[in-house]
Design a protein around this ligand. Structure first.
Ligand SMILES: [Zn+2]
Length: 476
């Protein structure tokens, strides 16, 4: 792509903002994106790109801590650095490890005891290998947009650190998420242990109920304590599950489970009598074999799913790729789409949201959404796992399965800064997917334009009843 074309595109986009149309993504943000991943006129249909850049996104999956917690410098139980290296953590740290950075170097890079200015020297040998992955690009876009640094180097590292410090101040969540990334609201899967987190910014950081502890383990002491229910058997445990849903079901947008990190999502319906016996073994800490543990987990999974379905909450399930490094059994992940079919068939009244496009098995997952009424697909995390595959997925999805069951963005981050980079990559990918479908003659331009609102926010509003939830949360 020639420089001149890039400039004319940038000028044109600035013009759109200037004439007063609602420009959700600033011209500054667009210009930065254009420099990193050019919006070539040859690749993008101008009307599509302009509309995608102006349309609000609903972000259906994050792990963000509340802003006040982040500002208190304690984003989790782990000790995190509070310097520019933080935005490399979750997920770029994984690429750094798999490209060969030794653990000791990684520990130094993410240490709060190392001078932030000295961290470039640790990263430098590995940077060329990871700077172009989706994880790398999301971070680079964030660094350029937020700190005004286009190349990380020995000479710019101090400016990056100064930018980090100047950015991280009260109000920066809204600035990054709403003003710069054009995000209307987020859906947070809180990682703090409890099933539900009462956010201090409830209408921006809407929350899922995490159901993992209800069936995996299960976390009997942790979850029953706030309820005051003494758990002596399976019936009591069901009451504990119901308590969490009665307490927080109206505020929550959905329920979420990342249990697929430990097993396939092949949850069978186990009879209550058999489950009762197994629950007793668990309560008494008696030895259980792997099949018994699975049967109990399967039964309790459906208890939680039934509780969610009764309250019209969609069930979000992790599928596909694993975060981290050196432990993923791809042969297990391969089974996720087939098991997704079984879940949809076993409970037609439940709505299942299969997350992360089951990467790399996304073609299979499209077949699930095409075939099952109650299967919804969420592209959260996908744009930074593999941006080209994500675009390919979206193109194929839109000409295969109903357009009202696709959710196109979730940043899936703990730190807020790279959500901006991820959102820009998603906007670029959505615009490119639609432009290519028009260019290839699969879609008319008007049909492509009509798809933008639903896939970027309209579907999410309907699937998660967001108007009703926002009203409820606003009145709390
Ligand atoms: Zn996640």
């Amino acid at each position: 792509m020639k420089k001149g074309t890039s400039l004319s595109r940038r000028t044109a986009l600035k013009g759109i903002g200037a004439v007063g149309a609602i420009s959700l993504v600033s011209s500054e943000a667009t210009a930065v994106m254009d420099r990193i991943s050019p919006f070539s006129d040859r690749l993008f249909h101008k009307d599509i790109l302009d509309k995608v850049l102006k349309t609000p996104l609903i972000d259906t999956h994050e792990h963000l801590f509340d802003e006040d917690v982040r500002l208190a410098k304690s984003p989790g139980s782990r000790s995190e650095p509070d310097d520019w290296s933080l935005i490399f953590k979750h997920y770029l740290d994984s690429d750094m490890t798999t490209c060969g950075m030794p653990q000791a170097e990684s520990d130094r890079f993410f240490s709060s005891d190392v001078d932030p200015a000295d961290k470039w020297a640790i990263l430098e040998p590995y940077w060329p290998a990871v700077k172009n992955t989706g994880y790398g690009r999301a971070v680079r876009i964030a660094i350029e947009m937020l700190y005004g640094v286009d190349e990380l180097s020995a000479t710019t590292v101090r400016k990056v650190q100064a930018g980090y410090e100047a950015t991280r101040k009260p109000g920066f969540y809204r600035r990054i998420l709403c003003d710069l990334a054009g995000i209307e609201s987020c859906q947070v899967n809180f990682l703090g242990g409890k099933p539900f987190h009462k956010s201090s910014m409830p209408t921006l950081l809407m929350q899922d109920i995490s159901i993992v502890g209800m069936f995996s383990g299960p976390d009997i002491n942790g979850l029953s304590k706030p309820t005051g229910i003494e758990v002596k058997g399976l019936e009591d445990w069901r009451r504990v599950i119901d308590w969490w849903f009665d307490q927080y079901g109206k505020q929550a947008v959905a329920v979420k489970s990342q249990n697929a990190y430990g097993r396939n999502i092949d949850y069978q319906k186990i009879e209550p009598d058999a489950a009762q016996e197994l629950f007793k073994l668990r309560l008494e800490n008696k030895p259980m074999d792997p099949q018994q543990r699975k049967d109990l987990e399967d039964h309790l999974f459906w208890c939680a799913v039934d509780a969610a379905t009764k309250r019209n909450l969609p069930v979000k399930l992790h599928t596909g790729y694993y975060a981290g490094d050196n432990y993923m059994p791809l042969s297990r992940l391969l089974q996720n789409p087939g098991s997704a079919c079984d879940l949809c068939g076993a409970s037609p009244e439940s709505r299942f949201v299969f997350m992360h496009i089951a990467y790399p098995y996304y073609e299979d997952l499209i077949a699930v959404a095409k075939h099952y009424t109650n299967a919804y697909l969420d592209m959260c995390w996908a744009w930074i796992i593999n941006p080209v595959a994500a675009k390919d997925f979206l193109k194929k999805y839109l000409v295969t399965a109903p357009a009202n069951k696709i959710l196109t963005f979730g940043g899936d981050y703990i730190p807020v800064e790279p959500v901006l980079g991820h959102a820009m990559i998603a906007r670029r990918g959505i615009a490119l997917a639609l432009s290519e479908l028009v260019e290839e003659g699969w879609l008319k331009l008007s049909d492509a334009m009509d798809l933008i609102d639903p896939i970027m926010h309209g579907n999410a509003r309907k699937i998660f009843n967001l108007a009703e939830k926002q009203k409820f949360l606003g009145a709390l």
